[in-house]
Design a protein around this ligand. Structure first.
Ligand SMILES: [Zn+2]
Ligand SMILES: [Zn+2]
Length: 391
C-alpha cells in the first residue's frame, strides 16, 4: 500500500500556495526520506512567489533549508566523514545538489556555486519530479546529497532560525577576510544581516555596526552581537555616514557587508568603507535595478575591494553546524524565527514575511488546522506540539 505525503506547492508566480498529496517515493540505493521537523520561509521564497527569479520550474515545493529526522534509508547513508547515518537520526542536509565537479566553474575557476548543473531544493527542483522541498511532511534525499547529523546542542528551531541566512553568512565572512579588530558595518537586519553580525563578532571584529529597521530587528541585532545599530527609517544616508565616521575616528569601516538587497544600499555602502577597505555584496539575489556611484571617488581612488558572494558550498553548511554547536547558548538564533506556520497557512506566512511583520517564518508540517497567529514560537513550546525531540 502506497503512503501519501502532504506538501505545500507553489503552482506558479502570484498563484496561492496549495497543499497537495504526493505518493511516498520508492527509494533508489543510497536514497533516503527525511521527516520534516522545520523548514523556513526566507526572502527567496517571497521572490519565488512574485516570479522574480529566472529559470524556476514551477510548480515547486519551496523550502530549501530544512531539518528533521531520517525516516527511511535504502541501503546505507553516511556523512562526509564516512560516519554512518541511521533512521531516526536528527539531521540537516545541504540543499545544493548535483554540482558536477567537472565543469569550468567547478574545476578551473573554483566557483562551484556558479556550476551550470547545480540544483537547489525548493528553488530549481520541480514538484513534478517529487518531494524536493521542505514545505512538506517528508523530503526526498537523493543519492549524493550531503547529509549531516544535527549536533545534540542544536535544536531544530535554532538550526532553522539560522537557516539559509546563516549558511550565506558563513560564506560572507569567508569573503570578507576579516582581520582581528576590524570595524564591520552590516547593511540590513534581516535573517542574513543578523547572522552576519553574529558571525563577524565571533570572527574577531573589533566593532560591529548594523544598519536596518524596524526597531525590533535592531534590538535582536544587539543580542546577536552588534555593538551599535543605526535605524534606517529615521536617518538619512548622510547622517548614517556621519555616524559610521564618528565610530571609526573619521576613517570608515574596514569591511562593509551588503545584506539589504537594495540598489540604494550599494550606493551608500561604498561611502561607508574606508580607503583600501572591502565591500562584500550578498543581498542582491534578484535584480533590483542599477546603482549609481562615482567610480573615481568610490572605487578607484578609494582603492576599494568589492566582492560578490553567491550561494553556498558544502563547507559553509558544515561550518554553520559547527558554529551553531559552539555558540548554541550564546546566540539567540531561534529568535530570528518569528512565528511557526502549518502547511495550510503558508500564504499567510509569505504575506507576513513580505510585510516585514516577522523576520522569518518557520514551517512545521506537524502542525495542522491551527490559526497561524495561535502558534507563535513560544505558543508551540507551551502547547507541546512538535517540540525539539532529540530522539
Ligand atoms: Zn560544475
Ligand atoms: Zn533562503
Amino acid at each position: 500500500m502506497s503512503r501519501t505525503v502532504l506538501a505545500a506547492v507553489m503552482p506558479a508566480p502570484h498563484a496561492p500556495v496549495e497543499v497537495r498529496e504526493f505518493a511516498e517515493p520508492d527509494l533508489p540505493p543510497g536514497g533516503a526520506l527525511l521527516r520534516t521537523a522545520r523548514s523556513e520561509v526566507c526572502g527567496t521564497d517571497v521572490h519565488l512567489w512574485h516570479g522574480r527569479l529566472s529559470g524556476v520550474p514551477y510548480p515547486i515545493i519551496p523550502g530549501h533549508v530544512t531539518t528533521g529526522t531520517l525516516d527511511r534509508i535504502r541501503g546505507s547513508l553516511a556523512d562526509v566523514t564516512g560516519r554512518a547515518l541511521h533512521e531516526g537520526d536528527r539531521v540537516a542536509f545541504f540543499d545544493v545538489h548535483r554540482t558536477c565537479g567537472r565543469c569550468l566553474a567547478c574545476t578551473v575557476h573554483r566557483t562551484p556555486t556558479r556550476c551550470p548543473s547545480r540544483r537547489v531544493y525548493g528553488i530549481t527542483d520541480s514538484a513534478a519530479e517529487g518531494l524536493f522541498g521542505g514545505w512538506a511532511q517528508k523530503v526526498y534525499i537523493e543519492p549524493g546529497v550531503i547529509v549531516a547529523k544535527l549536533p545534540d546542542a542544536v535544536t531544530f528551531d535554532a538550526y532553522i532560525g539560522g537557516g539559509c541566512g546563516l549558511l550565506t553568512s558563513v560564506h560572507i565572512i569567508e569573503r570578507a577576510k576579516l582581520t582581528l579588530g576590524d570595524t564591520v558595518v552590516v547593511q540590513g537586519a534581516g535573517a542574513v544581516g543578523l547572522s552576519a553580525a553574529a558571525l563577524a563578532r565571533r570572527a574577531g571584529a573589533g566593532q560591529v555596526i548594523v544598519i536596518g529597521a524596524p526597531a525590533d530587528r535592531l534590538a535582536l541585532a544587539m543580542r546577536m552581537g552588534a555593538d551599535e545599530v543605526i535605524d534606517l527609517s529615521s536617518t538619512t544616508p548622510d547622517e548614517r555616514l556621519a555616524r559610521v565616521l564618528q565610530l571609526t575616528s573619521g576613517i570608515g569601516a574596514d569591511v562593509v557587508i551588503e545584506a539589504a538587497g537594495s540598489a540604494l544600499a550599494f550606493e551608500e555602502g561604498v561611502r561607508l568603507a574606508r580607503n583600501g577597505g572591502a565591500y562584500v555584496i550578498a543581498g542582491h539575489y534578484t535584480n533590483v535595478g542599477d546603482s549609481t556611484i562615482n567610480v573615481h571617488e568610490h572605487i578607484n581612488r578609494k582603492h576599494l575591494d568589492i566582492r560578490g558572494c553567491w550561494g553556498s558550498e558544502p563547507g559553509h553548511f558544515l561550518r554553520a553546524l559547527s558554529f551553531l554547536e559552539r555558540y548554541a547558548a550564546d546566540v539567540p538564533w531561534r529568535r530570528i524565527g518569528g512565528r511557526t506556520y502549518p502547511l495550510d497557512r503558508l500564504n499567510d506566512a509569505l504575506a507576513d514575511a513580505e510585510a516585514m511583520r516577522i523576520t522569518k517564518a518557520l514551517v512545521d508540517p506537524g502542525l495542522s488546522g491551527q490559526r497561524s497567529d495561535a502558534v507563535t514560537f513560544t505558543g508551540v513550546q507551551e502547547i507541546g506540539r512538535s517540540g525539539d525531540s532529540r530522539s
